[in-house]
Every structure is written in C-alpha cells, then in structure tokens.
Design a protein around this ligand. Structure first.
Ligand code: 2P0
Length: 354
C-alpha cells in the first residue's frame, strides 16, 4: 500500500470473503504544528477556536491493535505493555464508546498500543495514538470511513490527532460557527495541503522527556478563560494560516520558518499571560532558542517551534540538519536530538471488520 494513497489507505479491506472476526492493526505518526491549535470552541466535540497546520513526521510511530471481544464488558487498554489507568484509560474508553455507538455494537475491545515517542513530552503521542486508534477501531467495528471521516473521528479523541491521518502537511479546519452539534462536528476535520519544492527537516531537541506538569487540555482551557492575549492571538493566527499556506506552495522555507516561529512564540505568550501563568519553557529551551538565533545570524535558515512542553523543534533544510543538530547539542548537552522529515499518512496494517 502506498503511503500517499489516502483514498484507499484508510478503508476497511474487502470483507466479502473474510470471516467477521473484528480486529485491526493501524500505524500513525505524530505531527508538529507550524500554525498551532490552542483553545477549543467546544470541549465535548473537540472543535477548536482556530485552524491549525502541521507537518506529519517520519519518526516515532504508534502502532495500535484493536481486537473485539465476543460480548459487552469492560474494555482492556494496554499502553506500552502496561494496563492504562486513570485519565488515559478513560479517554480511550470514551473514544471506543463513540465508535460502538456509530457501529451499533456493544462488543468490548482489547486495545494494545505501542508508542515510540516519549509519552507526555510535548511530542504529540496523543496525536499518533488517537489517529492509529481511529483507523484500527473503525475497521474492527466495521465502519467504512474515508480519510475525512476518520479525521473527524480521531479529533474526538484528541484534537491534534485529526491532522495525523495525513501525509506531509495538513490543515485542520475549525469549521464555521454551527447551529447544531452535528453541523459543528461535520465542519471540523483536517486535509492535506499542497506544498511546493521544499525539503524540510525538523531537528527535535528533547530537553525533558518526563510528563508535563499541566496537561495541554487543562492549559488551553485556562488560557482561553483567563488570558487577555488569547483573542488577539487567534486573530494573528488566522493571518499566519493564510501566509503559511502561501509560503508552503512557494516552497519558501524561510517564510514557513518565520511564520511558524512567530505563531509558536505568540501561543506561548498567551499562556504566560494566563492566570495563573502556564509556563512550559525551561532554561534549556531558551538555550536552544539562542542557538537557533545564532544559526540564523550565521546564514543558516533555522526556526524554532515549541508545543505544550520544554522541547524545541527546529525547522531547517534537510541539507542543514546535521549542522543544526550539532548546534542544538552544543546548546543543550543533556538533550536527546532526533531529526525528522515529512512522514506518511496513517494506515491500516491488517484488519477484518465485525
Ligand atoms: C498543536 N498542541 O497544534 C498544539 C500546540 C500543543 C501545542 O495539539 O485536548 O493533545 O486532546 O485536543 O491535541 C496538544 O493538544 O489536545 C496540541 P486535546 P491535544 O499541536
């Protein structure tokens, strides 16, 4: 299966001759937003306040298997070899409930998910996780969904997961202000965006792989409710989105990087102004930001973006990635440094619907 063949990549396989066993395995990659998602319009439906735009990575895939039990009962959720507990388990079970409701099924599921990204490190394991779960669960429960419908479904698990369905670059639409829940749900999905000649790399500096002190879900809620900088950021982010799409089509890496960096710093400014402040940036983060400035002063196109954590992702040309990685290692000697390029769409590895 070709990774860029999005029309067929997500469809359940032909079940006409297969036994109805109810199982599927899917793989998805994380994505890093260049125009950020920060704040919801609807918490339950996970509809965002603004559009966002991301690059899917070719590293840190999540592989998720869903196997249906014969009857109703408690779901089993295994994350990285251990039973999921608390909030992590509740989110997966709530997602399965949504799929069961749509499929008209009561069967319990056994979910086994293996991450290769450090969980909770601001590297979007929830994006790859819920994208892979959406593809695997939809297939196992016999829903025949196209990429757009899978994107909407993945969104309900975690907003950024809506973008991980797609290869390369994807825009997640907030959708129009809607009169009903059904309309709001339909209007909010991601789709792949066209890109000109661009050979980008993201050099990822993991300065702290531990779990974050404040979840992004709680942090964005606090920002929306209390930050006086939030509304102005949503307006400038709408402009950033338009500029970003144009820069991507032109293949203008400098412009893509400048827009991504200003959008991310603006997002962090909204959090710093929340009450109480949400501060994810650590001393090592700022050291890497200094190194990025220094690279630019030396003529290397390098631009930083940070998510809900202290880690830094530096956008650059692939040809400059080694040099950028060396500069990052010098600036943050304790950081683990990875280099990623644009990655593939989420896809089904195997599966038979119920
Ligand atoms: C993003 N982040 O656009 C932004 C930038 C973090 C900072 O999407 O509540 O885990 O599950 O929808 O998707 C992280 O938030 O939040 C995120 P929920 P999610 O990538």
């Amino acid at each position: 299966m070709r990774v860029d063949d999005q029309s067929s990549a997500h469809r359940a396989p032909d079940r006409s001759s297969a036994p109805a066993t109810g199982h599927a395995t899917a793989v998805a990659h994380p994505n890093i937003a260049l125009v950020k998602y920060w704040g919801k319009r609807d918490e339950r439906l996970v509809v965002p306040r603004t559009d966002s735009l991301s690059m899917t990575l070719d590293v840190f895939p999540t592989t998720t298997r869903v196997h249906l039990a014969a009857a109703a009962g408690p779901d089993t959720v295994m994350l990285d070899g251990a039973p999921a507990a608390g909030q992590a388990r509740r989110r997966v079970v709530a997602f399965l409930e949504l799929v069961r409701e749509r499929a008209g099924s009561a069967r319990a599921a056994v979910v086994t998910s293996e991450n290769t990204v450090p969980t909770g490190a601001g590297l979007a394991s929830s994006a790859s996780g819920f994208a892979a779960l959406a593809v695997a669960a939809a297939t196992a429960y016999g829903l025949d969904l196209d990429a757009t419908a899978l994107s909407r479904l993945a969104r309900r698990g975690s907003g950024s997961a809506s973008r991980s369905l797609f290869a390369g670059f994807a825009q997640w639409h907030a959708g129009p202000r809607a009169a009903s829940d059904a309309e709001a749900d339909l209007g909010s999905y991601a789709e792949q965006v066209p890109v000109g000649a661009l050979d980008p790399a993201l050099v990822i500096a993991v300065v702290n792989a531990g779990p974050k002190a404040v979840s992004s879900r709680a942090a964005m809620r606090r920002t929306v409710e209390t930050s006086p900088l939030y509304e102005p950021w949503t307006r400038s982010s709408a402009d950033d989105l338009v500029d970003m799409r144009a820069a991507l089509v032109r293949g203008d890496l400098e412009a893509v990087g400048e827009i991504a960096e200003r959008n991310a710093l603006g997002m962090h400014a909204t959090m710093l102004a929340a009450r109480p402040a949400v501060r994810y940036l650590a001393p090592a983060t700022l050291s890497v930001l200094d190194a990025v400035l220094h690279l630019r002063q030396g003529g290397v196109a390098a631009y930083a973006t940070m998510d809900a954590g202290p880690n830094v992702k530096v956008l650059c040309r692939r040809a400059d990635a080694e040099r950028v990685a060396d500069a990052v290692r010098n600036a943050a000697p304790d950081a683990a440094v990875h280099t990623a390029g644009p990655g593939p769409a989420a896809r089904l590895l195997d599966g038979d619907g119920r």
